[in-house]
Design a protein around this ligand. Structure first.
Ligand code: TYM
Length: 346
């Protein structure tokens, strides 16, 4: 990867997940080149390779999760024959969790993912800890081992593509490094997994457009959740931080608040940023916020209703996750067996 691209990507924040260790710590300073992320665009047809991604069950997903990752997760199901999505509960315990709440959050996350369009007949949806016979997690050192656990998630299935938001790129680089190191030492086994980025790789907070939208943001108006009502959404977008210029333009550096709204608007309507700006010609930012809010409501309302419907049948959700774990286990078992053989454990 070109140095300047690598450097700018390295600046990507990782607020909801801990900063990964510098790859050089893991690689012992070995100099490595990194596979560049690919911009995802739905292609249709069935492509080679295996897709893997994960989300922490730390609450209802937000618009950033949706536009940065989940929307691509859904589209990718039509593009690749082997697709796995994991509710990564082992990762979530790197922060203190209430057990009862975590249990509910896992099932609620399953409802959210299904409501977004994840289809368990086309992709394997599973709870990470149900694979615990494959992955031994040390909860107390979780923060330290977080990026290694993430690499294990990905490599365990010999995954090739990982649809994620921009904040996960550093973690992906470590997975690539570890794949390369294993292959050099024990013979070619793991593909170097490549990040797939959506066009909205980083949705910003509505209250502070310098930081990313996040589940844990203490400012309640900063984040739009998939379960927000139309009224919540309109209220939050109306209160979104912009600036004193009334015109709508797209200038992420000079006018980050307005640019964030334009990016969100483009993403939820499937239009190009330039078209969105052209159509907003003549509107002031106040009126534009109403247009953006309407578009977001239109996109999220069916998902909100579907989440409510699915949450009523907890048994179904648990069954989907259990069946998914079974399928994931059968893909992982031969890989682990091969790893053990090559390392000399069996
Ligand atoms: N504001 C935002 N704008 C755009 N995208 C965003 C935004 N906030 C979150 N995302 C993306 O949502 C996905 C899930 O986020 P998590 O924080 O749970 O995601 C995490 O904390 C991972 N470490 C979970 C994980 C564990 N193992 C994995 C293996 C592969 C991929 C991912 C994982 C992510 O793709 C994240 O990039």
């Amino acid at each position: 990867m070109e140095r300047h691209i690598r450097e700018s990507l390295m600046q990507a924040e990782a607020q909801s997940s801990p900063d990964p260790l510098p790859a050089s710590v893991i690689t012992g300073g070995l100099s490595v080149t990194t596979k560049q992320p690919i911009q995802f665009s739905a292609q249709g047809g069935c492509h080679e390779g295996r897709v893997f991604s994960g989300i922490q069950p730390t609450g209802i997903p937000h618009l950033g999760n949706y536009l940065g990752a989940l929307e691509s997760w859904v589209a990718i199901q039509d593009d690749y024959s082997s697709v796995l999505y994991s509710i990564v509960d082992l990762h979530s315990i790197t922060q203190p969790q209430n057990s009862e709440l975590l249990r509910n959050n896992i099932v609620d996350m399953a409802a959210s993912l299904l409501a977004c369009g994840i289809d368990p007949t086309r992709s394997i949806l599973f709870q990470q800890s149900l694979m615990k016979s494959m992955q031994k997690n040390e909860g107390s050192v979780g923060l330290y081992t977080y990026p290694v656990l993430q690499a294990a998630d990905i490599l365990l299935y010999k995954s090739t593509y990982v649809p994620v938001g921009e904040d996960q790129i550093q973690h992906l680089e470590l997975a690539q490094d570890l794949a390369r190191i294993f292959n050099n030492k024990y013979g070619e086994l793991f593909p170097e997994p490549c990040a797939l980025l959506s066009s909205t790789r980083k949705v910003k907070s509505l209250r502070d457009p310098a930081s990313k939208m996040s589940k844990s943001d203490p400012q309640t108006l900063a984040t739009i959740f998939l379960t927000d009502t139309p009224d919540d959404i309109v209220f939050k977008i109306r209160r979104a931080v912009t600036d004193f210029t009334s015109e709508v333009t797209f200038d992420p550096v000079g006018r980050p608040g307005v640019a964030n709204l334009v990016s969100i608007h483009a993403a939820v309507t499937g239009q190009a940023v330039e078209d969105v700006v052209r159509l907003a010609n003549g509107l002031d930012t106040g009126k534009y916020k109403t247009v953006v809010a309407e578009a977001v409501v239109q996109r999220l309302e069916p998902i909100r209703q579907e989440i409510q419907r699915l949450k009523a049948d907890k048994c179904h959700l648990e069954k989907v996750l259990a069946e998914g774990a079974e399928k994931a286990r059968s893909l992982a078992a031969p890989v682990m067996q091969e790893v053990r053989k090559r390392v000399g454990f069996s």
